[in-house]
Write a protein that binds this ligand. Structure first.
Ligand SMILES: *Cc1c(COP(=O)(O)O)cnc(C)c1O
Length: 385
């Protein structure tokens, strides 16, 4: 079946008890045993198994072409779960512009347990080769980097990892399985912050890890989830699963809108550079076309002529966009990335760069909003000078 059908039907059955077509939310912590003490329905305690979480996990495993999916309370909890399958003394390669939460887990928590990591330019295969150490066990990738939207060649980097006896992990949050399925491209594990496009409405946190059944790490990740109780709650699972059903339509619209906005901004005299992998001006446009299907994601980054002051002013002048962090929701968001509280020191994001999360509004309204805000910001900055 195709991804739209899988998204709607996988993990979903009409409720056997009531006939409810939409799955009921099961809040019960404990489940009844039969006269012999068995658990005839397969559930016995909510942190070990819950119908809403199980439904989401089986739907998601199918969407990413894996067998097992493990749902955590947040994206960061899922990421931490993956790293904790390593052993003290192991070494990890991460992209030099990796999501700040990922690097902070390695640097501030796992370093104490004897893990080491190196940050490397994941678009440069020579740099990756040179960064491997004898104890490198895991190579981390992001399908698109944040906020520069660099494209990592998942097939190539996974092959490099495998040559050296390491596993490859892809954080696929930026593009989702609708646009790219990294397991089919050679990755061993895929992880998502479902907080973003999967939930899709900006109202629920979550994280999920997916792999084939044969993967040893996923069995250990399941154990970490169950023993430590770092689970996605029933209500959060239900919301996330509901989001999943419309993911394919939403991703196509996010991506089509983003391409229109990116193309319009590329022609605007107050915009310096536009970063979007669907533009032929993107240095990795050919790789993006090969690796992604049905669109290039919903994030566009732009540098504003007039510097950080003008970029800040744009954030104050938009009316359709909301000035806030995060991405992947129905409404468009804007922020000057270097001003974000999650933007730690040591990153090289240009000070005048705006990251736009393109929502599901009409693209012309978004373009009008940005054009008006850019022009008003320019006038304001010029008046102050
Ligand atoms: C947001 C995000 C995360 C973390 O997810 P949380 O649910 O906020 O913990 C991880 N990776 C990427 C790429 C993200 O954008």
């Amino acid at each position: 079946m195709r991804i739209e059908t899988i998204a709607v039907h996988a993990g979903h059955n009409v409720d056997g008890g009531s006939g409810a077509v939409a799955q009921p939310i099961t809040l019960s912590v404990t489940f009844e045993r039969d006269d012999e003490g068995h658990y005839p329905r397969g559930y016995f305690y909510s942190s070990k198994g819950n119908p809403n979480r199980n439904a989401l996990e089986s739907a998601f495993a199918a969407l990413e072409q894996g067998d097992i999916a493990v749902a955590f309370a947040s994206g960061c909890a899922a990421i931490a779960g993956i790293f904790r399958t390593l052993r003290p003394g192991d070494h990890v390669l991460v992209p030099n512009d990796v999501f700040q939460g990922t690097i902070r887990i390695l640097r501030e928590i796992l370093a104490k347990w004897g893990f080491a990591y190196s940050a490397v330019e994941m678009t440069d295969s020579d740099a990756i080769r040179a960064a491997f150490q004898d104890n490198t066990r895991l190579v981390w990738m992001e399908t698109l980097s944040n906020p520069m939207l660099r494209v990592t060649d998942v097939e190539l980097v996974s092959a490099l990892a495998h040559e050296r006896g390491a596993i490859s992990v892809v954080d696929n949050t930026f593009v989702t399985p609708v646009l790219q399925q990294p397991l089919a491209q050679g990755a061993d594990l895929v992880v998502h912050a479902t907080t973003k496009y999967i939930g899709g409405h900006g109202d629920v946190l979550g994280g999920i890890v997916v792999a084939p059944e044969s993967n040893r790490n996923i069995q250990e990740i399941r154990q970490i989830q169950l023993l430590e109780g770092s689970v996605m709650s029933p209500f959060d699972s239900w919301l996330t699963h509901r989001g999943l059903k419309t993911l394919a339509c939403r991703m196509r619209t996010h991506a089509a809108n983003a391409l229109q906005v990116a193309s319009a901004l590329e022609r605007h005299p107050l915009v310096g550079s536009v970063y979007y992998p669907g533009l032929s001006s993107h240095p990795q446009f050919e790789l993006a076309k090969r690796q992604l299907h049905e669109g290039f994601g919903g994030i566009v980054s732009v540098r504003v002529r007039g510097g950080p002051e003008a970029a800040n002013a744009v954030c104050g002048k938009v009316r359709v966009f909301t000035h806030a962090t995060s991405f992947g929701s129905t409404e468009s968001l804007i922020q000057r990335q270097a001003s974000s509280p999650t933007h730690g020191p040591g990153t090289d994001v240009p000070e005048d760069l705006l990251r736009l999360s393109i929502g599901l509004e009409h693209p012309e309204d978004l373009i009008d909003d940005l054009t008006r805000a850019l022009e008003a910001a320019e006038l304001e900055v010029r008046a102050k000078a």
